[in-house]
Design a protein around this ligand. Structure first.
Ligand code: DGP
Length: 115
């Protein structure tokens, strides 16, 4: 587990900042978003500090795939018949925390295109 001491999601991974954790294994932590945009809004993060989804895909395709497997697992647990998974990659796309994270959104009708 490689952590960045300045990173809020690393602090959640190591327990320094509390979060409402819904899933945990060796490589992945999932917790409720502090500012939920849907009834289900879970952030699924690698325990490894990597800046964004593009870097994560290069460094660990396996962990990248596991994020989606965990999203499907949480969605199934909650009986979601449809859900959205989103990586914001880069500030222009809305990324505000530079530790790769997959948003899992569901529990309401989701509009398209996104804003
Ligand atoms: P993004 O904009 O794609 O980088 O998403 C970052 C998300 O992280 C945003 O929806 C709010 C959430 N967030 C930021 N800080 C915290 C925190 O300390 N705890 C939790 N649970 N979520 C956080």
């Amino acid at each position: 587990m490689v952590l960045d001491s300045a990173c809020v999601f690393c602090a959640i991974v190591n327990g320094g900042i509390s979060a409402d954790v819904v899933y945990r294994d060796e490589n992945i932590l999932a917790f409720n978003d502090v500012d939920p945009q849907a009834p289900t809004h879970v952030l699924i993060v690698p325990t490894l500090h990597v800046e964004n989804s593009a870097q994560l895909a290069l460094i660990s395709p396996t962990t990248t795939a596991q994020l989606f497997t965990v999203a499907a697992h949480i969605a199934a647990q909650r009986g979601l018949t449809g859900f959205r998974t989103v990586f914001n990659t880069g500030a222009e796309a809305g990324q505000s925390v530079f530790h790769a994270h997959l948003h899992l959104l569901g529990g309401r009708r989701l509009a398209w295109p996104p804003g």
